[in-house]
Design a protein around this ligand. Structure first.
Ligand SMILES: Nc1ncnc2c1ncn2[C@@H]1O[C@H](COP(=O)(O)OP(=O)(O)OP(=O)(O)O)[C@@H](O)[C@H]1O
Ligand SMILES: [Mg+2]
Length: 366
């Protein structure tokens, strides 16, 4: 059970939520996913999704710089969805949230627990308490000490939450869940883990999300994160390289990257070297993982984010790291509604990990 003691709870673990759509507001676009429950046991149906480009710099480093642009884009994306659902779940970027496990005495009364959490939180949170949303969740008895319990604290700047909620609100949408991006991605990752032999039990799997500006590496074992790291490399760099190589505008380069029609030497002179540099960043991240944890093997690399759709990136990563590499498709085992174009979803799926995880909050609050 999770306690929220402020107006907009960071409810990672709330009771069952009403119908909602998952909405990922990220650097390059707004992404929406609507799932419903399949009549088959424990399955999902992909009802609708939409990806709507954001103007440059409307969102950067997870912050909303241009509320109006974000809200306009949300409205357009929602219209394109053609849904009636107005409840949404949103995610905060990892950098906007501080999480910390703390130990507290077992057997505290509810009010005492809340009080203790707040006073402990004070020590870990570098902002004034009135500036933050604070949530906590009792994990359970502390390992090896029955006198104590483990509690997970989560705090975020109110401004980060409020900007997102306000953007949604002025697009006519109601925020019912605020999650954290890596948690949402982990929820969608369970769909991918189910596609791996033996569910990748007791194996380390690296989820590598390469977006517009950033590459987030999250190594999971049995669905739990054991290592996370961000690097500054993403698809915008490739767009810039294309612009420089062929004298194109950003829009032309972006369209060429997705739909083809670039000069013949694009693949050999621009795309392949870019894939190589991404692959060597992934390899470096794996080295960091090995040196900073007890683990010395990664069994799979799962590529997510818009760049995962780049032809040859998976091969470049597999060759460089010598690890089985696949492209994320959290919808692979879901039923698709007749509105969905399967080929297009296949291409878009890696970029929809977070929106998919957020949409799953409708059924499966973690
Ligand atoms: N089909 C495609 N082929 C090639 N590149 C693509 C494709 N779709 C998206 N991209 C690229 O992926 C990037 C956007 O990916 P994504 O939507 O995952 O980023 P983001 O989440 O908005 O950004 P960030 O994670 O950095 O905040 C852009 O650089 C875009 O050009
Ligand atoms: Mg992203």
């Amino acid at each position: 059970m999770l306690k929220g003691n402020f107006d907009i709870p960071l409810d990672f673990l709330q009771a069952r939520t009403p119908p909602l759509i998952g909405v990922d507001i990220s650097a390059s676009s707004v992404k929406m996913v609507e799932l419903s429950e399949s009549s088959k046991k424990s399955g999902y149906v992909v009802e609708r999704y939409a990806i709507e480009a954001l103007p440059k710099d409307a969102v950067s480093d997870g912050n909303i710089n241009n509320l109006e642009a974000v809200s306009d884009t949300l409205r357009r994306a929602w219209k394109r969805m053609g849904t009636r659902i107005k409840n949404v779940s949103l995610a905060l970027p990892a950098a906007a949230v501080i999480t910390k496990k703390i130990l507290l005495p077992a057997g505290l009364r509810e009010e005492d627990l809340e009080y203790q959490v707040e006073s402990e939180a004070n020590q870990y949170i570098p902002f004034a308490m009135e500036e933050v949303n604070l949530d906590f969740q009792v994990i359970g008895p502390a390992p090896g000490n029955a006198e104590e319990i483990e509690v997970l604290l989560a705090a975020s700047r109110k401004a980060n939450v409020e900007d997102r909620v306000a953007a949604a609100q002025s697009a006519g949408l109601k925020t019912v869940v605020v999650d954290v991006a890596p948690y949402a991605a982990e929820m969608a990752f369970d769909q991918i883990r189910a596609q791996l032999p033996g569910g990748a039990a007791d194996q380390c799997v690296a989820l590598v999300d390469i977006g517009a500006n950033a590459m987030n590496v999250n190594v999971l074992r049995n669905g739990q994160s054991v290592y996370a790291r961000d690097q500054q490399i993403g698809g915008d760099q490739l767009t810039q390289l294309i612009q420089n190589a062929f004298g194109l505008t950003a829009e032309e380069a972006e369209a060429g990257k997705r739909n083809g029609g670039l000069p013949e030497n694009y693949e050999s002179d621009v795309l392949a070297p870019f894939c190589e540099s991404v692959a060597s960043e992934v390899a470096r991240a794996m080295q960091f993982f090995f040196t900073s944890t007890q683990y010395n093997e990664v069994s799979y690399i799962v590529l997510a984010g818009g760049c995962a759709a780049l032809a040859g990136l998976d091969d470049a990563v597999a060759t460089r790291t010598q690890v089985n590499t696949l492209v994320a498709n959290p919808f692979a085992q879901m039923v698709l509604s007749s509105r969905i174009k399967p080929r297009q979803l296949q291409t878009d799926a890696p970029a929809l990990m977070i929106a998919c995880g957020l949409a799953m909050r409708r059924f499966d609050p973690s």
